[in-house]
Ligand binder design. Structure first.
Ligand code: VGL
Ligand code: ZN
Length: 209
C-alpha cells in the first residue's frame, strides 16, 4: 500500500489521447478503470493536462512543408511535430470523463507557452522553466512518485525521468500506461528510464492487499 511519502502522478488522461482523438494513443482508454483503482490507494494524487494554445510550436500545422510525426530542430533541441491536440479549453483537452479521482488536489497544466513544448510535468522542453511541481511535492513531504497515464514513451517517461532529476524515487506502473511508440520510442524510453533508476512495476504490486 502507498505511504504518506508517496504521490501518484496521473499524466495526460485526456480525450485527444484516446482512440478517436486528435493524437490517439492505441488502447489509451483501457487504463482508465485501473488508474481509478490505483488512485484510490493514494492520499496524494496530482493530475496533469497537456494544455496548448492554438498555433503551438509542436503542431505540424504551423510548419509549412512538415507533417505530423516528423522531427525538426528548434532552439531548445529536437521537437517531434504532432497533429493539433489538447488545445486549451477544448473538449479534446478535457480529462477523460471516466476518470474518477475526486481527492486529487493539484492539476498541472503544461505546454502552455506557445514556443515551448513540455512532455514533462516538472520541466518544459527548454529544460529550464519549471512547472512548480517539484516544489509542491517537496513541501508536501513527498519522496516517491508513481507515474501512470499517456503516453508511456513521451509524457510519462519524461515526467518519471525528471522526477529522478529532482531527487524523487520514481516508478512507472507499466500496465496503467499506454504508448505511442514512434520509431522505437518505447524501447528507448524504457532504456533511458532504467539507466536513470526509474523502477518499472505492475499494478499488482500496489493493489495486492
Ligand atoms: C504527449 C505528444 C505530444 C503525451 C503530449 O502526453 O505523451 N505526447 N503531447
Ligand atoms: Zn502535447
Amino acid at each position: 500500500m502507498p505511504r504518506t511519502i508517496d504521490a501518484l502522478l496521473v499524466v495526460d488522461v485526456q480525450n485527444d489521447f484516446m482512440p478517436g482523438g486528435a493524437l490517439a494513443v492505441p488502447k489509451g482508454d483501457e487504463i482508465v478503470p485501473l488508474v481509478n483503482r490505483i488512485a484510490a490507494g493514494f492520499r496524494e494524487v496530482v493530475l496533469t493536462q497537456d494544455w496548448h494554445p492554438r498555433g503551438h510550436v509542436s503542431f505540424a500545422s504551423g510548419h509549412p512543408g512538415r507533417k505530423p510525426f516528423e522531427a525538426i530542430r528548434l532552439r531548445y533541441g529536437k521537437q517531434v511535430l504532432w497533429p493539433d491536440h489538447c488545445v486549451q479549453a477544448t473538449e479534446g483537452a478535457a480529462l477523460h470523463r471516466g476518470l474518477a479521482i475526486p481527492h486529487a488536489r493539484l492539476l498541472i497544466r503544461k505546454g502552455c507557452d506557445p514556443r515551448i513544448d513540455s512532455y514533462s510535468a516538472f520541466l518544459e522542453a527548454d529544460r529550464r522553466t519549471k512547472t512548480g511541481l517539484d516544489g509542491y511535492l517537496a513541501s508536501r513531504g513527498i519522496r516517491r512518485v508513481f507515474c501512470v497515464g499517456l503516453a508511456t514513451d513521451f509524457c510519462v517517461a519524461w515526467t518519471a525521468l525528471d522526477a529522478r532529476q529532482f531527487g524523487f524515487q520514481a516508478s512507472v506502473i507499466e500496465d496503467a500506461c499506454r504508448a505511442i511508440d514512434l520509431e522505437g520510442s518505447l524501447a528507448a524510453a524504457w532504456a533511458k528510464m532504467r539507466a536513470a533508476g526509474v523502477k518499472r512495476i505492475r499494478s499488482e504490486t500496489l493493489l495486492a492487499a
